[in-house]
Write a protein that binds this ligand. Structure first.
Ligand code: FAD
Length: 452
C-alpha cells in the first residue's frame, strides 16, 4: 500500500476531474488523481473495434460550448464538421418515410404549426427560467411536479406533435421515458444548451467532432499531470475532518487538505464516507439516477446513403432507433452510421439475444436508409449500463420533484469534500462542456479557500 500526501486529491479521471486537477496545478497546488478504470476519460472512450475507430461515449461539440472549445484550442486538438449535405429522413407512426431539410420534421401543416408553437412556448419558458438556478423560479415546483409527458398532454391534443417534441428531451437527451422526468428538468436541459430551438437543431447541437476522438481531451489533460494520475485505483473510503482528508483506494492512500469527488452522482454511495455524509446529501443522492441509451455503430464500405442524396440524419419517435446520423470519421473512405436506442426501448432490446437485437437495430436503420443498411462490415453497441464505473448513459438527472427540492444543494461542499461532474453543471449540463465548467469552478473555489 503506497501512502502519499498532496494538497488536493481528485477521485475520477474524467473530463471534469482532470480539468480541476490541471487548474489546481496551474495555481501551484499539488494533486493526485485516482481513477478506478485502467484508462482515463470516463464517459469519453475511443476504441478500435474490428479495425474501425469508434467513439463509444461522448463525441459531439456544439458552437455554444465555449469551455470545451477553449480546452480544445489550448490542447491543440482539431475539429471537423458532421456530414450534413442533402436530405434528412423521418418515419411517421404509420411507418411512412419522408425526406426533409431544416429542423421541423415533414408532418402535416397542422402538426407543424403545433410543433412550432410548442417550441415557442418552451423557448419562452427557458428564457424566463434560465439555467443558473431553475429551482428558484416561482413556477419551479409547479413545473417540477408534473411529468414532461403530462405537461405536453396539457399543451396540445396533437399526438404526433407531442411525440416529436417529447423525443428531443426524453429519448434524445435525458434518455428516460417522458413520464419519468419533470417539465422543469426538460426546461433545464434546454436552458443548458441556450434554448429549446438549439436542442431541436441537430446542425447546432451535433456540430463538430474532434479528429482522433473526444477522448483526446482527457488523454491530453492526463498527460500534463504525468505521474500524478493513478489508474486501477477505485476509491473505497473517504475519511474526513474539518481540515484534512484521507482517501483510501485499492492500492494506495492519499492524505490531502481537500478532495474532489469527480464521479457521476449515482456512484457516490459506492464510497464509504467517514463520518457519513449529512442527511441532505444522503437523501438528495437517492433522487439522482442515470438514463439508459444504446449507442449503435454500423460501418459500411462507403457512405452509401450520400449517393441517394441523404445526409444520414434520421428521426422517428416510432422507430427502435429514434435518431441516427452520418458518423463517418475524418478522412475515412468507410461510411459510419450512429444511431440511438433509448430507455424502455433499450430495455426491450436487452431482453433479446445479441443476434436478435442486432437484427432489430439494423432493420430499423434500413427503414431510414434502405436495404444496404442491413449489412454493415462492422457492428457495435456501446452499452454503458454494464460499465461498473458509470452504470448508464448519458448522465444523471433527478426524478419528479427532485430538481426544485434539491437543486440548490447539488454542488454544496460537505466540509473538505467537493463535487465535480457534468451531471451537476448548469451550462453544458450532461455534456463535456459542463464537466469542464464544473471542474474549473470547483478548482477555483478550492484555490481561493486554501489561499485564504
Ligand atoms: P465521467 O466521464 O463519468 O468521469 C468519472 C470518472 O470517475 C470515470 O473515469 C470513472 O471511472 C471514475 N470513477 C467512478 N467511481 C470511481 C471511484 N470510486 N474511484 C475512482 N474513480 C472512479 N457529451 C457531449 O458533450 N457530447 C456528446 O456527443 C455526448 N455523447 C455521449 C454519448 C454517450 C454514449 C455517453 C455515455 C455520454 C455522452 N456525453 C456526451 C456525455 C459526456 O460524455 C459526459 O457528460 C462527460 O464525459 C462526463 O465527464 P465527467 O468527468 O463529469 O464524468
Amino acid at each position: 500500500m503506497t501512502d502519499i500526501t498532496r494538497d488536493v486529491v481528485i477521485v475520477g479521471a474524467g473530463a471534469s476531474g482532470l480539468t480541476a486537477a490541471n487548474d489546481l496545478v496551474k495555481a501551484g497546488k499539488t494533486v493526485a488523481v485516482l481513477e478506478a478504470r485502467d484508462r482515463v476519460g470516463g464517459r469519453l472512450w475511443t476504441r478500435e473495434i474490428d479495425g474501425a475507430m469508434l467513439e463509444i461515449g461522448g463525441q459531439w461539440v456544439s458552437p455554444d460550448q465555449d469551455a470545451l472549445i477553449g480546452t480544445l484550442e489550448e490542447l491543440g486538438l482539431e475539429t471537423y464538421s458532421r456530414y450534413r449535405e442533402g436530405d434528412s429522413v423521418y418515419v411517421d407512426a404509420a411507418g411512412a418515410l419522408t425526406t426533409f431539410t431544416g429542423e421541423i420534421f415533414p408532418v402535416s401543416a397542422e402538426t407543424q404549426r403545433e410543433m412550432e408553437r410548442l417550441i415557442g412556448v418552451l423557448d419562452e419558458l427557458v428564457a424566463e427560467i434560465g439555467i443558473a438556478a431553475p429551482w428558484e423560479h416561482p413556477r419551479a415546483k409547479e413545473l417540477d411536479t408534473v411529468s414532461w409527458k403530462a405537461w405536453l398532454e396539457a399543451q396540445t391534443e396533437d399526438q404526433e406533435a407531442r411525440d416529436n417534441i417529447g423525443l428531443f428531451i426524453a429519448e434524445a437527451m435525458l434518455t428516460k421515458p417522458s413520464h419519468a422526468i419533470s417539465a422543469l428538468q426538460a426546461v433545464q436541459m434546454a436552458a443548458s444548451a441556450g434554448s429549446f430551438s438549439n436542442l431541436v437543431d441537430s446542425d447546432f447541437i451535433l456540430d463538430k467532432r474532434v479528429i482522433g476522438g473526444l477522448q483526446s481531451v482527457p488523454v491530453a489533460l492526463a498527460e500534463k499531470l504525468g505521474d500524478d494520475v493513478f489508474l486501477n485505483q477505485p476509491v473505497r473510503r473517504i475519511e474526513h475532518d474539518d481540515d484534512s482528508v484521507t482517501v483510501v483506494a485499492d492500492g494506495m492512500t492519499v492524505s490531502a487538505k481537500r478532495v474532489i469527488v469527480a464521479v457521476p452522482p449515482n456512484l457516490y454511495s459506492r464510497i464509504d464516507f467517514q463520518p457519513a455524509l449529512p442527511r441532505r446529501q444522503h437523501q438528495m443522492h437517492q433522487h439522482l439516477s442515470l438514463g439508459l441509451v444504446i449507442k449503435v455503430h454500423a460501418v459500411y464500405d462507403r457512405p452509401f446513403w450520400r449517393e441517394a442524396g441523404l445526409s444520414g440524419t434520421a428521426f422517428s419517435p416510432y422507430e427502435t432507433v429514434h435518431e441516427a446520423y452520418d458518423n463517418t470519421n475524418h478522412a475515412d473512405p468507410k461510411g459510419t452510421l450512429v444511431g440511438f436506442v433509448s430507455d424502455e426501448t433499450a430495455d426491450g432490446l436487452f431482453a433479446l439475444s445479441d443476434e436478435e437485437r442486432k437484427q432489430r437495430v439494423l432493420t430499423s436503420l434500413s427503414h431510414y436508409y434502405g436495404e444496404q443498411a442491413l449489412t454493415p462490415e462492422v457492428y457495435y453497441e456501446s452499452d454503458w449500463g454494464t460499465e461498473e464505473w458509470t452504470r448508464g448513459a448519458y448522465a444523471a438527472s433527478f426524478d419528479l420533484g427532485g430538481l426544485s427540492r434539491y437543486g440548490a444543494d447539488l454542488r454544496t461542499p460537505v466540509g473538505v469534500i467537493h463535487w465535480s461532474c457534468s451531471d451537476l453543471a448548469a451550462e453544458g449540463f450532461q455534456h463535456v462542456d459542463g464537466a469542464i465548467r464544473v471542474g474549473r469552478e470547483t478548482a477555483a473555489a478550492i484555490v481561493s479557500d486554501l489561499n485564504a
